[in-house]
Every structure is written in C-alpha cells, then in structure tokens.
Write a protein that binds this ligand. Structure first.
Ligand code: NDP
Length: 340
C-alpha cells in the first residue's frame, strides 16, 4: 500500500520534500472481523487544496483543522471505490467522496464524512472539485454571501483555480460584468476564452494593482470574491462601490508568511458601507443537495465547464500539492491514483 507521509511541521513555503512517498509493506488490507461499520476503499482521485497548508503547521493560529501527524499519511478530500464493507450505508462497488488518506487503499473506520456518489455520468474526479468542496465553496460564497444582482460588477482573484473559475461562471450566468485576475497568460486566456469572463488580467504583470482595477472597473466594484488577500485586497478596497460586498473565501498569499501583511485601506469599509464577510464551507454542508440539484444540470447541459489539472500517481502528489502556492496548477489540482 503506497502512501504519502507527512514528514514534519513546516515553516514558510512547503516543498515536496516535506512529504515522503513510501510503501507501508501491507499487501492486502482486510476488514476487521470484530468491528462493524468499517469500509475498505481503493482511492481513485485526491484533491489538492490550499487549506492543507494549515494542517502542516503545529501552531494552529492560522488554521481551522487539526494538524497532520508527522509520520502519518496526509489526509484530504478524495474519490474512492468501496472494495469491502461492513457498514450498512455502503456496499462493494459503490463510489464515494469525502475525507480519505493519501494512500492507495484505506480502511475507514468512521465513514461519517463520506457521501455515496449517485451520479456517475460525469467524470468521477469532478467530486474532488466542481461537485465537491471547491464547487460548494464557489456556490455558497457567491449566492449566499455576496447577495448578487445581475447589474453587479464582480471581481474574482485566483480566478482560474478550482473555486474561482466557477464563481466567475456563476456570475456570468446571472448576467453580471465579471473580471478575474490570475498569474499567467495561459490562465488569463482561459478566463476570457473558456470561462466567459468579460475581462481578465495577469496580476504579476501589473506594477500598480489600483490602476489595473480602475482600468477594468471605471464605475467601481460591487462584489469582490476574495481568494488571495494581501496587496490585492488593499487595492480592491479603494475601488469598491457603496454597499459593495466582499466574500472572504481565502487569502492564499498569506498562508506561507510568518507574519501576515497589514491592510491599509480598511477605512473604505466605513466610507463605502461595505459588507465584508468570511465563511467556512464546512458550516454549509446542509446545502449540498440543493447545490447538486443546481450544478449537476448546469454541467450536463453544458452551461458551465470545468478545467482540471490532473497528475498521475501518488509519487507526483507532493509536487502537485505544493505547486498550488506558486500557481503551477492550471484549474483544479487533482492527483489520480487509479481510474477505477
Ligand atoms: P486554486 O485552484 O485557485 O489554487 C491556488 C491558486 O492561488 C494558484 O493556482 C495561484 O494562482 C494562486 N496563488 C498562489 N499563491 C498566490 C499569491 N501569493 N498571490 C496570489 N495568488 C496566489 O485553489 P482553490 O480554488 O482551491 O482555492 C482558492 C482559495 O479559496 C484559497 O485561498 C483557499 O484557501 C480558499 N478556500 C476557502 C474555503 C473556505 O471554506 N473558506 C474552501 C476552499 C477554498 P495564480 O497563478 O493565479 O497566482
């Protein structure tokens, strides 16, 4: 059973050598005979998510989930196939999504977080992204937190990523004017040509973010979907309209800093009566059925699209995960272990 083990707590930017790919020597995992409610799964797709950086830190100040244990496999969202089950909700052959370990096979003794996949007419990997945590985050963040109207001018940062590409498409479906920022020409092209954003720019090539935002939003921003924090947030604050909304989803530019950057322009929250609201998707899973009923048909009817960046094999998992923090991923970063 090949596994990706977490080596030790990380300071600063994580590197792939903070993890080690190894085999635990097990040939065949078996269900325990003395315990019911356990499933043996074959992991198929693993999700790489920025929040996992928080789990690599001992000091929990900046994170909301338990730290990884040095010497143990990484854990995260994934898609798997049930090989054996003594749990009444799951049977052999079912596909499931939810929390699993970074290894080929896992024994799950507490399958509470797992959902049985009902719709297999879309790629199974989608349950790590558009139909999983990232999709829920875009859906809840945009529709529930941003209070969007079709006349709104919407700005999305990290716009080509797992969450951002969907936020932009949801906003376009509603009829909004939508601009995204991303870190390469390839990503900017995707935003404009594949996801239908009205405009997009490469923030790495803009010396003056304030001037860039003024160029794309001469009449100001009504909604900012915040994925990056730092200098971008500062620049956005001074370009927002009266009663604008900011959904604070993530601040990836801050996750690897020992000291978070300060924000200078918070006074605009008062001057422009801005509502800035943070959210954690884990508080909103009651909306999953409603989300699935909305998003699945949009995929099936071709009204939204999704770009994934899939690397093959657990051995490529560590590089894929740390690549999120340098923008190596183009779209949702997935690690494929097996296809069925
Ligand atoms: P992405 O697929 O967007 O991958 C991360 C991207 O962030 C990179 O590709 C890179 O894109 C960008 N990035 C990395 N470092 C920086 C930096 N220093 N400055 C600006 N951009 C940077 O990830 P997700 O879509 O999965 O996540 C997006 C955000 O949403 C993250 O902040 C994440 O933590 C947050 N999130 C929050 C949740 C919640 O419950 N609140 C749930 C899920 C996600 P580029 O090339 O454009 O720089």
């Amino acid at each position: 059973n090949t596994q990706v083990l977490f080596k030790d707590y990380v300071k600063g930017y994580p590197t792939k050598s903070d993890m080690v790919v190894t085999s635990d020597g097990t040939i065949r995992l078996e269900l325990p005979k003395d315990k019911d409610g356990v499933i043996l799964i074959k992991n198929l797709y693993l999700s790489c998510d920025p929040y996992m950086r928080g789990r690599m830190t001992k000091d929990k100040k900046g994170s909301y989930v338990a730290s990884f244990t040095p010497g143990s496999p990484l854990a995260g969202y994934g898609v798997a196939k049930v090989l054996e089950s003594s749990h009444s909700d799951f049977k052999k052959g079912d596909f499931i999504s939810g929390l699993t370990n970074w290894e080929e096979y896992s024994l799950i003794t507490d399958p509470q977080s797992l959902i049985k996949i009902q719709h297999t007419d879309v790629p199974l990997s989608y349950y790590t992204g558009i139909l999983g945590m990232a999709g829920m985050t875009a859906y809840v963040g945009f529709y529930e937190i941003c209070s969007p109207k079709k006349t709104d001018a919407v700005f999305v940062s990290a716009a080509s990523g797992a969450v951002g590409q969907l936020v932009g498409q949801f906003a376009k479906l509603l009829g909004c004017y939508v601009v995204g920022s991303a870190g390469s020409k390839e990503k900017v092209d995707l935003l404009k040509n594949k996801f239908g954003f009205d405009e997009a720019f490469n923030y790495k090539e803009e010396g003056d973010l304030d001037a860039a935002l003024k160029r794309y939003f001469p009449d100001g921003i009504d909604i900012y979907f915040e994925n990056v924090g730092g200098k971008m947030l500062d620049a956005v604050l001074s370009n927002m309209n009266v009663h604008a909304r900011i959904a604070v989803c993530g601040m990836i530019s801050q996750y690897n800093l020992n000291q978070h950057e300060g924000i200078n322009n918070l006074i605009f929250l008062i001057l422009k009566r801005i509502r800035m609201e943070g959210f954690l998707i884990t508080d909103h899973y009651n909306l999953y059925p409603k989300f699935l009923n909305t998003v699945l048909p949009l995929i099936q009817e071709g009204k939204i699209t999704y770009v994934e960046d899939i690397v093959d094999g657990l051995k490529n998992g560590p590089a894929a995960l740390v690549g999120l923090f340098s923008g190596k991923n183009v779209g949702k970063q997935v690690v494929a272990i097996a296809h069925e």
